[in-house]
Design a protein around this ligand. Structure first.
Ligand code: ZN
Length: 282
């Protein structure tokens, strides 16, 4: 049944793209559809992941140079340890389902940056930053795992590649399919999606990507042994703290808070199964 639905979903997406680009495009684009093994959602991923990861690594390095990186404190250690547990959980899961290769080019890093913003992000390849401003809202390791699980999920689900693919098609449709995009064009696309400098946090994901990161993040935190039930009080704290001007990445393109909470409740039983399997007490 799931397979059928997936195929139908792929077919629908392909038909939409076919309509958009013309018949000749279809074979290549079907091959470029990737299925997220944790959520089952398929997405269009045309860009080369190893190129994206190389550029991300450079961008991450630049951002760290321009930021105040906190090291050696209890908070910095917590960011490292929660991140590492989520990383290990993801690696175990991808290994179990025979997709360890998906993470082969990852080079995980977790850093705490001094900033009042309520924010965190993860670039492709596992480059994670958490801002000190969000720690009072995360409150504890479970809350931090909600944030980091969500951000890591954006990377694991290839949301950057998906955004880049959308931008590539919008800008160079025909050329992309002929494989003639130049390095300069490619760099331009990357910079559009991931603005160079310290503006990484301005990256905006789509609403369906936000929902997927919520769902996948909930499962990942469970797999890593963090109580996924804590996601609800965390998002409530987040909502209360961010009214008005400060719109963090998590809230900018997301459905309203009620939808978010009801989606979490829907996905909670599966997340709790993962949590139980990881030794968590229900
Ligand atoms: Zn997000």
């Amino acid at each position: 049944m799931e397979q059928k639905l997936l195929r139908l979903n792929l077919y629908t997406r392909t038909m939409k793209i076919k309509h958009f680009l013309g018949i000749g495009a279809v074979a290549l684009l079907v091959a470029a559809c990737t299925t997220n093994p944790i959520t089952g959602r398929s997405s269009l991923q045309l860009a080369n992941n190893s190129e994206i990861m190389t550029m991300s690594a450079q961008e991450y390095k630049t951002t760290l140079t321009k930021s105040k990186v906190i090291t050696g404190t209890a908070d910095a250690k917590r960011v490292m340890s929660v991140g590492s547990r989520i990383e290990s959980a993801a690696e175990r899961y991808y290994q179990q389902i025979g997709r360890a290769g998906d993470l082969a080019n990852y080079n995980w890093e977790f850093h705490l940056l001094q900033s009042n913003e309520l924010n965190a992000w993860c670039m492709p390849g596992g480059k994670v930053a958490v801002y000190t401003g969000i720690l009072p809202i995360t409150k504890n390791d479970n809350g931090l795992a909600v944030v980091m699980g969500h951000e890591v999920s954006h990377a694991l689900a290839g949301h950057g590649n998906e955004r880049i693919s959308q931008a590539m098609i919008a800008q160079y449709g025909g050329q992309i399919l002929g494989g003639t995009i130049s390095n300069a064009q490619w760099a331009g696309i990357f910079q559009k999606v991931y603005p160079i400098g310290s503006q990484v946090a301005l990256l905006k994901y789509g609403r369906n990507q936000e929902s997927e990161a919520d769902e996948m993040g909930l499962y990942l935190m469970g797999m890593a042994g963090y109580d996924p039930r804590e996601a609800i009080p965390f998002w409530n704290r987040m909502e209360a703290a961010s009214n008005g001007e400060r719109q963090p990445e998590f809230l900018s393109t997301h459905p309203n808070p009620e939808t978010r909470i009801s989606d979490i409740n829907k996905n909670l039983p599966k997340a709790l199964e993962y949590y139980k399997a990881a030794g968590g007490k229900i």
